[in-house]
Ligand binder design. Structure first.
Ligand code: NDP
Ligand code: MG
Length: 332
């Protein structure tokens, strides 16, 4: 069993008077920077002058500086620009300005794990990966709660890497929910697998395939939308709150029976063997090479595929039905 750190394990003093540079003010950057500031830490934002997040940061009462300026003198540098931008930002402005003994932090192990970015041996390298999108990281913190996070140390130059990373996780609120110790390889490979096979890729394909099956069989698209997409959240909420037991408790016996008898027919041995294939491509680095290649070629295929995804009739049907439920927007 991995260690699960909580409020009693952290030494917040580990970051007392530490200067923290947060690079990037997107999904994670904004949430983490605001949480750290509200936790009383000394936070500085390093952004691109002229980029759209510079203005947003000013609106949130920050005084952003260039990435270079933020990194010089920083005791902790948190790299929260997109994964594909990290190697060049690191090479050009972070590495030349990073002081010895600093803690270099990531929210995902991708670049370090696949060797796309190699920090010098004089710095600590760790990751604190919140297990939620940025918006949720901020939302939970504001409610006095937190989202769970993974913590891993890749390189410990000072002997204080873990203690400082844990204090950082505490600053963003994650010790309230639990900080699980892992490795860069485990975080990276399971994160990619989760989003490809289950959370993003698997679920959306199943939703769309279910919708198409009903519509092709002559059922009303609106009814198919409610059934295959809208209601998913209600089931996911039950799973999130209390696992399979809570879901079985709250759905009808008919639904439970359909679940345990038909579910395994859908996710059969063919699907399981393809799950394994997806994992193998992640472990071998084949997926990482494909994504880096696609990105450096201008990401045309990626953009076309997303465009096709968004052109699906389920989007038109959904838009019309969601207009009647304005509170869905308020939740974001
Ligand atoms: P975003 O895409 O939201 O980051 C956007 C920010 O990065 C903006 O401030 C943008 O500035 C800046 N940026 C983009 N390119 C550059 C560049 N070349 N130089 C300097 N700044 C740049 O990133 P995420 O928050 O999604 O991801 C950050 C990290 O967090 C990644 O490692 C990701 O894997 C990890 N992570 C993300 C999660 C999520 O929920 N999104 C969940 C857990 C981990 P500008 O406005 O100037 O373009
Ligand atoms: Mg999809």
């Amino acid at each position: 069993m991995s260690t699960l750190f909580g409020l009693n394990d952290v030494r917040p003093e580990a970051l007392e008077s530490a200067r923290i540079a947060v690079l990037g003010y997107g999904s994670q950057g904004r949430a983490q920077a605001l949480n750290l500031r509200d936790s009383g830490l000394d936070v500085h934002l390093g952004l691109r002058p002229g980029g759209s997040s510079w203005k947003e940061a000013e609106t949130d009462n920050w005084a952003p500086v260039s990435v270079e300026t933020a990194v010089v003198d920083a005791d902790v540098v948190v790299v929260l620009v997109p994964d594909m931008a990290q190697p060049s930002v690191f090479e050009s402005v972070v590495a030349p300005n990073l002081k010895a003994g600093a803690l270099l932090l990531f929210a995902h192990g991708f670049n370090v794990h696949y060797g796309l970015l190699t920090p010098g041996t004089e710095v600590d390298v760790a990751l604190v990966a919140p297990k939620a999108p940025g918006q949720r990281v901020r939302h939970e913190y504001l409610y006095g709660r937190g989202v769970p996070a993974l913590l891993a140390v890749h390189q410990d130059a000072t002997g204080r890497a873990q203690e400082r990373a844990l204090a950082y996780a505490h600053g963003i609120g994650s010790t309230r929910a639990g900080v699980l110790e892992t490795s860069f390889s485990e975080e990276t490979e399971t994160d990619l697998f989760g989003e490809q096979a289950v959370l993003c890729g698997g679920v959306t394909e199943l939703v769309v395939a279910g919708f198409e099956t009903l519509v092709d069989a002559g059922y009303n698209p609106e009814v198919a939308y409610f059934e295959c997409l809208h209601e998913l959240k209600l089931i996911v909420d039950l799973l999130h709150e209390g696992g399979l037991a809570r879901m079985h408790r709250f759905v009808s016996d008919t639904a439970s029976f359909g679940d345990v008898t038909r579910g395994p027919q859908i996710v059969d041995s063919h699907v399981r063997s393809r799950l394994k294939d997806v994992l193998t491509e992640i472990q071998s680095g084949a997926f990482a090479r494909e994504w880096c290649g696609e990105h450096s070629d201008g990401a045309h295929q990626f953009k076309d595929l997303v465009k096709a995804d968004l052109a699906h009739p389920i989007e038109t049907v959904g838009q019309r039905l969601r207009e009647r439920m304005p509170w869905l927007k308020e939740a974001s």
